[in-house]
Design a protein around this ligand. Structure first.
Ligand SMILES: NC(=O)c1ccc[n+]([C@@H]2O[C@H](COP(=O)([O-])OP(=O)(O)OC[C@H]3O[C@@H](n4cnc5c(N)ncnc54)[C@H](O)[C@@H]3O)[C@@H](O)[C@H]2O)c1
Length: 342
């Protein structure tokens, strides 16, 4: 398979590239990434000189750049690129509309014109909005996004849906619950808590901390994407989740125990505006139809994640120093990338 992966220098995209090369050693991957603050080339340094891997720095909303990339024949597109941090979308959603909506449209449009045989759109359970205790969203549930981030992802889902219905463009959408694991930018909840714990800092928990999320280890998500890419039906949506939502405070307490710190570090801070109380997914469809199951339990996954952050202080420091941004400037420009070599 020759894949175009978008946003492959971010958290899930880089884990997916690592997973995919391991599972399919002969695969070829072109990674188109704008290299925003959320990207980190250290996530992918092991692949820099690997035959069959190429990074192209660029914006998925740039049709001309995509024209260049699509000059090479591709089997499938796996679309991760997005602005993803809810708090940032609350402060200013312009970049979210640009990338998540206009970027997805631009990618869909050119993929359709180039007759791509498979397009996997990576979406989120946040499009279903907040659910009551005991409820869970299946793929037919109504779309009720509550943050500007979730609204921009819902808009991209609707574009994907329309391309299937209008053009029979072979797109499939996955909607996954919250991920955690190695290489996640430390502004996100789990790595924020871990890095603060490792540095002995207070642990800022929004409101009462009873907001529930169905935390899934990132490698389980990557394996699900691989499975949907392989066997998911065009035009369909597949929910992906661990299947056991827990309150944020429980995650914090588990992390505290793993690190061996004190619960006195917990610091309840003012809640995020419009903070969704509960996300929960019904994942029967992917389990029954594609035989996928998560393999990594919550305790095992959290312990492995703590261990990874403990072992990689230089990676954490690089996300804070801006040093890696200078590295991008020096080494990567899409016009320099020799697409002909792919
Ligand atoms: N993190 C989660 O818990 C989670 C859960 C479900 C779904 N998702 C979805 O998975 C995808 C990846 O999430 P993540 O957490 O890895 O995100 P991330 O923020 O870590 O990475 C996003 C990547 O996209 C790139 N990017 C941003 N704008 C771009 C543009 N205009 N053109 C090209 N590249 C661009 C960034 O440089 C970065 O490398 C997103 O679509 C997100 O909505 C995430």
């Amino acid at each position: 398979m020759k894949l175009l992966v978008t946003g492959g220098a971010g958290f899930i995209g880089s884990n997916f590239i690592r997973y995919y090369f391991k599972a399919h050693p002969d695969a070829q991957i072109i990674n188109v990434d704008k290299l925003t603050y959320a990207a980190n080339l250290n996530n992918l340094s092991e692949f820099e000189s690997r035959p069959g891997y190429r990074l192209v720095r660029g914006d998925i909303a740039d049709a001309r750049l995509l024209e260049d990339v699509f000059d090479t024949p591709l089997d499938a597109v796996v679309h991760f690129a997005a602005e993803t941090h809810v708090d940032r979308s609350i402060a200013n959603a312009r970049d979210f509309i640009h990338t998540n909506v206009l970027g997805t449209y631009t990618l869909l449009d050119i993929s359709r014109k180039k007759r791509i045989g498979r397009f996997l759109h990576v979406s989120t359970d946040e499009v279903y909005g907040s659910l009551a205790p005991g409820d869970s969203a299946d793929e037919q549930s109504s779309i009720q996004p509550n943050s500007p981030y979730a609204a921009s992802k819902a808009a991209s889902d609707m574009l994907v849906r329309s391309f299937w219905h209008t053009y029979r463009f072979p797109a499939v959408t996955t909607r996954c619950s919250n991920n955690y694991g190695p290489y996640q930018f430390p502004e996100k909840f789990v790595p924020l808590m871990i890095t603060h714990l490792l540095e002995g800092k207070k642990l800022p928990v929004y409101g009462d901390g009873l907001h529930e999320r169905d935390w899934i280890f990132v490698e389980d998500h990557c394996r699900a994407i691989d499975r949907v890419l392989e066997a998911g039906r065009a035009g369909e949506v597949y929910n992906i989740g661990f299947g056991h939502p827990v309150p944020n405070l429980e995650i914090v307490r588990r992390l505290i125990r793993i690190v061996g710190a004190s619960e006195d570090l917990i610091d309840h801070v003012a809640d995020r505006p419009g903070h969704d109380r509960r996300y929960a997914l019904c994942t029967t469809k992917i389990r029954r139809e594609l035989g996928w199951e998560p393999r990594v339990g919550l305790q095992q996954g959290l312990a492995a994640t703590v261990e990874w952050y403990r072992a990689n202080p230089a990676w954490v420091a690089s996300t804070r120093s801006g040093e890696y941004l200078a590295y991008y400037e020096k080494f990567y420009s899409h016009r320099d990338a020799s697409l002909a070599q792919l």
